[in-house]
Design a protein around this ligand. Structure first.
Ligand SMILES: Cc1cc2nc3c(=O)[nH]c(=O)nc-3n(C[C@H](O)[C@H](O)[C@H](O)COP(=O)(O)OP(=O)(O)OC[C@H]3O[C@@H](n4cnc5c(N)ncnc54)[C@H](O)[C@@H]3O)c2cc1C
Length: 299
């Protein structure tokens, strides 16, 4: 690992970066220790050159969006590359191309203003476009894959820019073909025309339902466990009487048992232990294995 060389590269390339910045300040669950270097590339070209430089310096890195599906480590060792400054926007008829770092709610509001429909049921999901595509984020029966057209990506292993269309994305429940070797640079969606008032009404209904059902006023990383073939995880956790169960500052939400909330200065280790306990209890009681939807980041 050659941190000195990376820092020189960042300085020479006029990169925006911060050293020793707490993950807890950028993750929605407000957890995680100091990131050695947090870097905000402003263009796809900067992002690509940065990835190549990290590889050349043998420095492990993690690409993040809004860190809303992550449980960051207490002692991060990897450099973090945030896509949040990749904020381009262009329109060609019904096709809209946006930078991977654009926040989904912002895009949905902009589309509503233009009477363009497709993502409004996802209003309230605190994701960037890149993170939403990777996770095939969705709500109330709709998901990002529904109006996805293509993504311009950097293939990190092959070191080349590629375009992925829907058939190459393998969208399924909260999953896509985007893995650690792919960096999403920008995404093109194809929207449909619809009356603006109907779009706004769907957006508001989605937001109201989210606020009514989920602990949106507490730090969390969304649903902790994936819905699989068996019973919904939240239902089993509720039935097992685990609402409110806590480890340190992490607790099963009283409002939605599928969420773990940070009640008071929770550590990553608290969340991980709580997850293990929940899994064990549900396995013992109902013989159903639970699978994490949140990503437990390695150090
Ligand atoms: C209050 C709350 C409510 C939520 N409600 C929902 C919901 O209703 N439905 C739902 O689906 N999810 C929900 N989530 C979870 C979360 O918002 C989604 O999983 C979202 O898609 C994550 O996007 P992100 O930008 O925050 O990605 P991050 O959490 O930053 O990253 C998630 C993964 O995507 C990768 N990634 C991010 N950007 C890129 C990129 N440009 N290129 C390559 N890889 C990338 C990261 O490496 C990581 O593996 C909720 C979360 C919270 C906190």
């Amino acid at each position: 690992m050659n941190y000195g060389r990376l820092l020189n590269f960042l300085l020479d390339g006029n990169f925006e970066y911060i050293e020793n910045y707490p993950y807890s300040k950028i993750s929605t669950i407000k957890i995680g220790g100091e990131i050695p270097v947090l870097i905000y590339p402003h263009t796809s070209e900067q992002l690509i050159s940065l990835i190549n430089e990290c590889d050349a310096c043998d420095i492990p890195f993690k690409i993040i969006g809004n860190a809303s599906n992550l449980i960051p480590p207490d002692f991060p060792k990897r450099v973090v590359i945030s896509t949040k400054r990749l904020d381009g926007f262009s329109r060609d008829g019904d096709f809209i191309t946006v930078g991977a770092g654009v926040m989904l709610p912002k895009l949905i509001r902009k589309m509503a203003d233009a009477s363009l429909s497709g993502l409004e049921l996802l209003y309230g999901i605190p994701a960037t476009v890149g993170g939403a595509v990777k996770m095939n984020a969705g709500a109330f029966g709709a998901s990002v894959g529904d109006c996805f057209y293509s993504a311009r990506c950097y293939d990190i292993k092959a070191k080349r820019i590629i375009t992925l269309f829907s058939d190459g994305m393998r969208f399924s429940y909260r999953s896509s073909s985007v893995d650690e070797n792919i960096a999403v640079l920008s995404v093109t969606f194809r929207f449909r025309h619809k009356d603006k008032s109907l779009i706004l009404s769907d957006m508001n209904a989605a937001l109201r339902r989210k606020r009514a059902e989920q602990p949106t006023n507490m730090p969390s990383a969304g649903s902790v466990f994936r819905r699989t073939a068996g019973e919904p995880p939240a239902l089993l956790i509720d039935r097992a009487g685990l609402k409110g169960m806590s480890v340190g500052g992490a607790a099963v939400s009283e409002k939605h048992s599928g969420f773990i909330v940070n009640t008071k200065n929770a550590k990553s280790a608290d969340v991980r232990l709580l997850i293990d306990k929940i899994k064990q209890i549900i396995m013992d009681k109902y013989a159903q294995p639970l699978e994490c939807e949140v990503e437990l980041l390695e150090e």
